[in-house]
Design a protein around this ligand. Structure first.
Ligand SMILES: N[C@@H](CCC(=O)N[C@@H](CS)C(=O)NCC(=O)O)C(=O)O
Length: 194
């Protein structure tokens, strides 16, 4: 069965490419540009929203970056730190993945766009919106190395993949030292850099 991840690496597809590399999955990348998503019939077949990323795994298609990562981990993570040993572990991985998308992504995107010269004039609003979730994350990471359980895993990839926009978005994380330190460890992984 062949696996293709649609989407240029400089997009949300990076999240799924990171996960695929962590899992050591053989995969192809069709680097559909985010400005040309409507020009790819193959992408449309995989994702009717015509957004990247999308996954094709044999005859199965899936969209939504973090849902793709949850699927890849569940399907290909057996015997690795990406396998959830219990229902509760899996539930926490899901919880933090949804949390990253709903609490972090939008304000981070605002800061990212601003750093790329496309400011919406709401930088202070975006920073204010991040205060509460970053405080929660900093408290969560107190006394623990990784998001869920004792090993680097799916929740780390999903949350760090979203939060990594803080780096190009020039968000100063020094007020949340455990977040900064954990994000540094996640983004130092060869599979992230790849
Ligand atoms: N929630 C989706 C968002 C996907 C998304 O908006 N992707 C952007 C690129 S990073 C895109 O495809 N933009 C082009 C478009 O909307 O036409 C996910 O995480 O997969």
């Amino acid at each position: 069965m062949s696996i293709t991840i649609y989407g240029m690496p400089q997009s949300r597809a990076a999240r799924c490419l990171w996960m695929a590399r962590e899992l050591g999955i053989e995969h192809a990348n069709d680097p559909v540009h985010f400005q040309k998503t409507r020009e790819s019939p193959a992408l449309r077949a995989a994702n009717p929203n015509q957004r990247i990323p999308a996954l094709v795994d044999g005859g199965f298609t899936l969209f939504e970056s973090l849902a793709i990562n949850l699927y890849l981990a569940r399907k290909y993570g057996a015997g690795t730190g990406f396998e959830s040993p219990t229902l509760e572990h899996e539930a926490l991985v899901t919880q933090w993945s949804f949390w990253a998308m709903t609490e972090l992504e939008k304000p981070l995107l605002g800061l990212l766009m601003s750093a790329f010269g496309r400011s919406d004039g709401k930088e202070e609003e975006h920073k204010a919106a991040l205060e509460r979730p970053l405080k929660v994350l900093d408290a969560h990471l107190t006394g623990r190395a990784w998001m869920v359980g004792t090993q680097f895993g799916t929740a780390d990839v999903n949350v760090a993949a979203v939060l990594s926009w803080a780096i190009p978005g020039k968000l100063d994380l020094s007020r949340w030292p455990r977040v900064a330190e954990w994000l540094g460890r996640c983004t130092a992984r060869p599979a992230f850099k790849g």
